[in-house]
Write a protein that binds this ligand. Sequence first.
Ligand code: NDP
Ligand code: OXD
Length: 313
Amino acid sequence: MTALLTTANWSSSHWIKALRAADPGRNFVLHGVDEYDPASVRYALTWKPPEGLLPSLPNLEVIFNLGAGVDAVLSDPDLPDVPLVRLVDENLADRMTEWVTWQVLTHHRQGLAYLDQQHNRLWRVREQPIAADVRVGFLGYGVLAQNAAGIVRALGYQVSAWSRSPKEADVPIFAGEAGLAPFLGQTDILVVLLPLTDATREIVDARLIDALARDGALGGPVLINAGRGGLQNEDDILAALVDGRLKGASLDVFQTEPLPTDHPLWGAPNLIITPHCSAISDPASVSRYVSRQMAAYERGEPLINVVDRTRGY
Ligand code: NDP
Ligand code: OXD
């Protein structure tokens, strides 16, 4: 009985070592390196598995996605009909919270403008609205957004969120299509933490940008996206940065990754680009999560964080 690992562009040696340390009694094999019999594979532990690999495992029982977003694994048209478990991990959530907080503070406190001043040896104090006057809206209010919202709120910002379904929460929640325009109309800094699904593809376009609040303390709206590149129309974002409809933006994810060196976004004004690293999966922490789930499953307990394939996340 084998657990098969695929890690795409992540360091496979770190992952296999961490898995073997977390669960020494189990047979982990690394696809493309170790010999294995496909019929012996009961679990697949994957990040962006090569298309066709999972359908080739006749006795596969569970797929564990090593990241939070499952869009890559769901894109395989022949994905076996077995439970797909996504990653829910405090370590991952805390990393995302660090990145989101960093971006919110940088745009609010004009980090790019001060860096520019420093390069020009210019001593000039800029406008300084207090956090309580700045409205941060989370587009998507799942595990990661809720964790980040807790810290952003603790810093004093006004926080609200938009999700697919209504929910009880400690911030105002706008839900569904009807809730989107009112939500955007009261948002100064938009933090996108949605999954990429048929319903959310390119949701961040010119229309959405134009619906953001323009009467806020920052003098214009700011876009922050750490969800997926497929959520954004990059031509629309570029145009809005160039003509000032967006005061600033931070993008961690892109339609094409790595972002091609000749992509015009590299030169866009007031844009912070990070290379899809806002929250990286920690091999040791994720290995413990997967090991706990496999043990519980073998005791006959239900798997947790199983993806609802009809919703796509
Ligand atoms: P969750 O599944 O916990 O939350 C998703 C949220 O999006 C929920 O609030 C959900 O609404 C909402 N949502 C989904 N579809 C819609 C829709 N059509 N309309 C409105 N709201 C919708 O996801 P996580 O918080 O764990 O992760 C979010 C995403 O972050 C991942 O899917 C992944 O793409 C990305 N990510 C990026 C990383 C990076 O390094 N850049 C690292 C980790 C994750 P509801 O609450 O009603 O279900
Ligand atoms: C994730 C990611 O989805 O790293 O976890 O993008």
